[in-house]
Ligand binder design. Structure first.
Ligand code: AMP
Ligand code: MG
Length: 455
């Protein structure tokens, strides 16, 4: 396994004191391992899960050429360009009840949508285009062209083809497609386990009195929400004091029960010393000043977990070292040795969310085994001028709406302080201004990451 320093050496432009966002993302992408364990789930339970193996079609879908319209199946060669075709009716084929007889030239078959095309027939004329004359069907010239309104066998999915690739996060259309292959159970990757805790002597959990100078811990709620949306298993380990022993115990416990550990707070200059000393005992850590706003300080690390002589891993923090509540954790399934990845996020509530979306989201998806696609951005005209320094990436909270010309426009929030969660709640997207970007003039187009589908 490469050390963090070796990985850093592979990232061009790596400078821990002024790390560009793209380089931080590249570093993380090189660092994170992927889950490989597969479990079989009933089809519906697989919604939102990551496909563990390709789904290969065992047969053609549809299995036969079939009608795309209700009408009459015929031979295109019986149609004339300039005169009505008069065809005799040989019978009826319904969806699920195919017409199996022979159809001689000059004959047609009444057919419904989805019914198998009778042998030799290649065209369907919709019923509203024809006239009936006793047992004869009159097709006016030009009503259809040869081959119209026929679906081909295998045009949806061909036998032997990979219908869905491993790494796909299963969406409703995928469930339907898998069902069309008659597959009842789906191989999915096991869910990623992510533990998180907040650090800070000033933090109080909901339900506790708010002592002077204290704030309620909001990061555990935004993190919980963002992690839920990613579909990972979430383990809330509460609030941990700025105390080396309590922090070490929390890191050990988190790493023991999870693939990834997210902390908030305690990575800014001064506070980071605790974390540095602890991580030197538990694994490796790098501290970054990222060229971004909000969210400059961040730590990235790796905690090795090895079972002790009794097969236990980690040490449970003593109760008195903890503040607030914690959820029950599933420790059983992580009883072997493994490595947990640490994301040490800044403490400010908006910085937590922005760094999560900038770095942690894609990293967790990659760890989950998912193929990670870049998030779609809107181009929107800025309603106002925006002050922006080149040399860092800024994520500004904004409100996107339809402009009178039908395009998108975005108004950035006046309050962009990284502690002002309210403007994050009011916003419906983040304006992303890249490293090279300077001041933005009113009316200039900017990239916006919409929250819909993200948050
Ligand atoms: P830190 O990064 O620990 O220096 O924290 C930066 C700022 O964020 C301080 O004002 C903290 O009080 C605040 N903060 C840190 N963690 C939390 C949290 N979990 N909930 C709300 N505010 C927090
Ligand atoms: Mg702090």
């Amino acid at each position: 396994m490469k050390s963090l320093v070796q990985i850093a050496a592979e990232v061009s432009g790596y400078d821990p004191q002024a790390l560009p966002v793209a380089q931080a993302r590249e570093f993380i992408a090189r660092l994170v391992p992927r889950v490989t364990a597969i479990e079989m789930l009933p089809l519906r339970s697989a919604l939102g899960r990551v496909l563990g193996r390709d789904i290969v079609c065992a047969f053609n879908v549809p299995a036969h050429d079939n009608a795309a319209m209700d009408g009459y199946a015929l031979r295109g060669s019986d149609l004339a360009a300039d005169a009505p075709a008069r065809l005799a009716l040989a019978g009826t084929g319904l969806a699920g009840q195919p017409f199996c007889g022979d159809v001689p030239a000059g004959y047609c078959v009444r057919i419904t949508t989805g019914a198998v095309m009778p042998a030799g027939l290649d065209t369907v004329v919709p019923q509203e285009f024809v006239r009936l004359d006793g047992n004869a069907v009159i097709v006016p010239p030009g009503a259809v062209r040869s081959g119209d309104n026929r679906r081909f066998a295998g045009e949806d999915l061909a036998a032997g083809e990979a219908a869905l690739p491993a790494g796909r996060i299963l969406r409703p259309a995928d469930l339907g497609m898998i069902a069309s292959l008659g597959v009842a159970e789906v191989p999915v990757l096991r869910r990623l386990r992510v533990a998180f805790f907040s650090t800070g002597d000033e933090l109080r959990s909901i339900g506790e009195p708010l002592d002077a100078g204290c704030v309620y811990d909001s990061n555990r709620y935004t993190l919980w929400g963002m992690l839920q949306r990613l579909g990972v298993e979430v383990l809330d380990l509460g609030v941990v004091r700025d105390d080396p022993d309590a922090l070490e115990a929390a890191f050990r416990e988190a790493a023991a029960c999870a693939d990834a550990v997210i902390t908030s707070g305690g990575v800014s200059v001064g506070e980071a010393d605790h974390t540095k000393a602890i991580m030197a005992r538990l694994g490796e850590v790098l501290f970054w000043r990222i060229a971004m706003r909000p969210g400059r300080p961040m730590a990235i690390g790796r905690i090795g977990v090895r079972p002790d002589a009794e097969g236990r891993i980690g040490a449970r923090p003593r109760a008195e070292e903890r503040i607030g509540t914690r959820a029950d954790t599933d420790r059983g399934s992580a009883s072997d040795g493994h490595t947990a990845i640490l994301f040490g996020l800044p403490g400010n509530p908006v910085a937590v969310m922005v760094t999560f979306y900038a770095f942690v989201r894609d990293a967790l998806l990659a760890m989950s085994g998912a193929s990670v696609e870049p998030l779609p951005m809107l181009r929107a005209a800025s309603a106002t001028a925006i002050r922006k320094k080149p040399g860092r990436t800024e994520f500004q909270r904004g409100i996107v709406s339809r402009a009178s010309d039908g395009g998108w426009q975005v108004s950035v929030a006046a309050a962009q302080g990284s502690g002002i969660l309210r403007s994050m709640s009011t916003a419906n997207g983040l304006v992303v201004l890249g490293d090279a970007q300077g001041n933005v003039a009113a009316g200039e187009s900017v990239d916006v990451l919409p929250f819909d589908g993200l948050i």
